[in-house]
Ligand binder design. Structure first.
Ligand code: HEC
Length: 128
């Protein structure tokens, strides 16, 4: 009996100030939105951190690292992951046109590395 009285009184109270309920919903919505933004931020930061600025380990990694970082960050190289061997070959040609200087044997090593580890058939780079 006592509880039903309370329930009634509470209902009356809430009905008396309908805008309070509205406000509560709105602030809850804001809270959810904020939480969503926060979660998104964390996700973006997380993926930025997961986005490697380092090349996957493999033979000739050092050659590639040195040759390509002469002009720009390795993240630019990593961002191009998925190119076919021909694609990487063309990229190397493009970089040579920008002024990259590599010996022919290095060029071969670089192409091998890129198509093997950042190529269209490479497995996704494992985390460090
Ligand atoms: C002589 C300087 C130089 C070197 C060395 C160099 N790059 Fe670049 N690279 C550039 C420039 C300049 C750009 C930017 C072009 C632009 O803004 O469009 C670039 C852009 C890129 C891009 C972005 C896509 C594109 O085609 O513009 C990739 C991928 C890339 N380089 C890969 C490499 C790789 C792999 C190496 C090492 C084998 C390398 N680069 C070495 C100058 C260089």
């Amino acid at each position: 009996m006592a509880s039903s009285v309370c329930l009634k009184r509470c209902q009356v109270k809430t009905r008396a100030i309908p805008q309070a309920r509205e406000m509560e919903t709105a602030s809850m919505r804001t809270g959810r939105l904020l939480f969503g933004v926060l979660a998104l931020t964390v996700a973006i930061l997380g993926s930025a951190a997961a986005q490697r600025s380092d090349l996957p380990a493999g033979p000739n990694r050092d050659v590639v690292s040195r040759a390509c970082q002469a002009c720009h960050d390795l993240s630019m190289v990593i961002a191009a992951t998925g190119l076919s061997r021909d694609g990487w070959n063309a990229t190397i040609e493009e970089m040579i046109s920008y002024g990259m200087r590599v010996a022919p044997d290095e060029r071969e090593q670089i192409l091998n590395y890129l198509s093997d580890f950042l190529g269209s058939t490479s497995p996704p780079a494992a985390d460090k």
